[in-house]
Ligand binder design. Structure first.
Ligand code: G3P
Length: 217
């Protein structure tokens, strides 16, 4: 499973990228606003840092404006994936932009039906939001499993980009289901390294190291 980092914070991307843990980056208008940076400036910086796809989201609601914005965003760098919302206009924009050979990430997906339409419109990525479904007591991971099954039934090439990931558990569950990509905040990716038994075991080793005076350097 590929890891995308869901952030527009350069320092967080750099830290994980140096560890080889970044296969791409996703941004959205809320993350750009949070960074306090200009969308073109920060997106160009991310694209220069990371080799994989960098999602940059359009800000209009009409298809024609989304297409124009998508072309402008795509001109930032060859690794831009234009992000459009899963609306009828977003699907129209997806079809035009993907026919032009651009990567398109269709976002704000909350149902299997929406995911089928995105695949038919030529989306490179579909972004089902796990956490926001969980928030309203609908099983977000089940949606990932449903889309996996449907895409496999018909050989759709659109990649499932599990989004709105809130916990480390979401990451391993997505990997078990077979999501192609998971995008998560840096904090969630780092939390994957934590285990209470690792901490406990290490505390025991450190006590024995101190007691026996073991030194290597
Ligand atoms: O990029 C979209 C996404 O991952 C949003 O996550 O936590 O705001 O639902 P969240």
């Amino acid at each position: 499973m590929k890891f995308f980092v869901d952030t527009a914070e350069i320092d967080q991307i750099r830290e994980l990228n140096d560890l080889g843990m970044v296969d791409g980056v996703t941004t959205n208008p809320s993350l750009i606003a949070k960074s306090g940076r200009d969308i073109f400036e920060v997106t160009a910086e991310i694209c220069a840092l990371v080799q994989g796809p960098v999602s940059a989201e359009v800000v209009s609601l009409g298809a024609d404006d989304m297409i124009a914005e998508g072309r402008k965003l795509a001109a930032i760098a060859p690794n831009i994936a234009v992000k459009v919302p899963l609306t009828w206009d977003g699907l129209r924009a997806c079809k035009v932009l993907s026919d032009e050979g651009r990567m398109v990430n269709v976002t704000l997906c909350f149902s299997a039906n929406q995911a089928i339409l995105a695949a038919k419109a030529g989306a490179t990525f579909i972004s089902p939001f796990i956490g926001r479904l969980d928030d309203i007591n609908i099983d977000g991971l089940q949606l990932i499993a449903d889309i996996r099954q449907i895409y496999d039934n018909y050989g759709y090439e659109t990649q499932i980009l599990a989004a709105s990931i809130r916990t480390a558990n979401h990451m391993s569950e997505c990997a078990k289901i077979g999501a192609d990509v998971a995008t998560a905040p840096a904090s969630v990716i780092k939390a994957m390294a934590s285990h209470v038994l690792t901490d406990k075991g290490l505390a025991g080793f450190m006590a024995d190291i101190a007691k026996a005076g073991i030194r290597i350097l």
